[in-house]
Design a protein around this ligand. Structure first.
Ligand code: SF4
Length: 327
């Protein structure tokens, strides 16, 4: 169960002495809106929720809330990423108290069959449990490693859908990802050449994601192949500050033009199929969150590529996941 810890948040809020608080909730926390507003209303604060999507720590509503004149923005559900904001901002990450060890111990035969050295990864909700997982696996005679935190994430072992820097350099035989959903373990698998076990503490199941990874790779290579025969490209840059990759977009435009393609730039807040439908370009390169092209490909009517896939189109090199390294 997710623990909001509103009392802990209140202590931080008080330091800003706000009258009006803007609140941004990812989809999975919106069912707590009444609880959150009730908590702050009863203490004399005016609360305004952002109704726009909140995809990640890269996507803060400080411009929107700043235009409304709120005194403070609380961004729920993600750990700190952006160092500055238009209005004072608190990143309030939310932890999950679901036990992890029963899933690890319940699948220990599978885990031990994968090798001796394992890298452990998770998302912000479970990072506080990684220490006990490492100790448990060490007790089984394994070497269990957490990568160091990096600029885009705040905790050792933490990964984002666009950043696996914490764990990528680990000298391990395989990775164990702890969490729910294929989004992050598939990212690890695409980003590293090691097997990935996806262990879900809610179902207690662990599975190797190799099959899902290969399915996605087949689709990515098909999109690259289709794009290779096209002439008119557009590169879409996002106005979300943690996804803004304008300089990379300029580099991609140059690369495309040097290889005989036409290319235009598009700047957008939301990247969706209406952009792809309305503009008459043949291929769209997403210089924003790399998961838009990879995970939402079926929502688009035309080929969409990541930044690194454009390079592969000309070089023919092996698949390279499009990580975002900067803040
Ligand atoms: S860029 Fe994409 S994967 Fe990375 S934090 Fe933002 S929404 Fe998540």
């Amino acid at each position: 169960m997710l623990v909001l810890d509103l009392d802990g948040l209140l202590e931080q809020v008080k330091a800003f002495s706000p009258r009006t608080i803007g609140i941004q909730l990812p989809a999975g926390l919106r069912q707590h809106a009444r609880e959150i507003s009730g908590f702050f209303d009863s203490r004399g604060y005016e609360v305004v929720f952002s109704g726009d999507p909140s995809y990640g720590a890269c996507d803060v509503a400080d411009e929107l809330m700043g235009s409304l004149g709120v005194d403070l923005l609380v961004h729920f559900g993600h750990s700190r990423m952006l160092p500055s904001s238009r209005v004072p901002m608190i990143y309030w990450d939310v932890r999950d108290d679901v036990p992890i060890l029963p899933t690890i111990s319940g699948n220990i035969d599978l885990i031990e069959s994968m090798g001796k050295k394992v890298g452990i990864a998770t998302t912000i909700q479970h990072v506080h449990k990684l220490g006990e997982v490492v100790e448990f696996l060490k007790g089984r005679g394994m070497t269990a490693l957490l990568g160091n935190k990096v600029s885009r994430v705040s905790n050792p072992g933490q990964v984002l859908g666009c950043s696996f820097e914490t764990i990528k350099g680990l000298d391990v035989d395989f990775f164990v990802y702890i969490g729910t959903g294929y989004f992050h373990p598939i990212g690890i698998a695409l980003c590293t050449d090691r097997p990935v076990l996806y262990c879900d503490p809610y179902t207690g199941a662990c599975e190797n994601v190799e099959k899902e990874k290969n399915l996605i790779l087949r689709k990515r290579y098909a999109a690259i192949e289709k794009a290779r025969s096209c002439t008119d490209f557009a590169v879409i840059v996002s106005s979300k500050r943690g996804q803004n990759r304008f300089s990379e977009a300029l580099g991609i435009k140059k690369l495309l033009k040097n290889n005989g393609k036409n290319c235009q730039l598009i700047f957008a807040e939301e990247i969706n199929n209406s952009i792809i439908q309305d503009f008459d370009f043949e291929v769209f390169v997403i210089a924003a969150c790399p998961r838009i092209a990879i995970d939402d490909a079926s929502n688009f009517d035309k080929p969409v590529l990541t930044v690194t896939e454009v390079g592969m189109m000309f070089s023919g090199e092996e698949y390279s996941f499009d990580e975002i390294h900067k803040i």
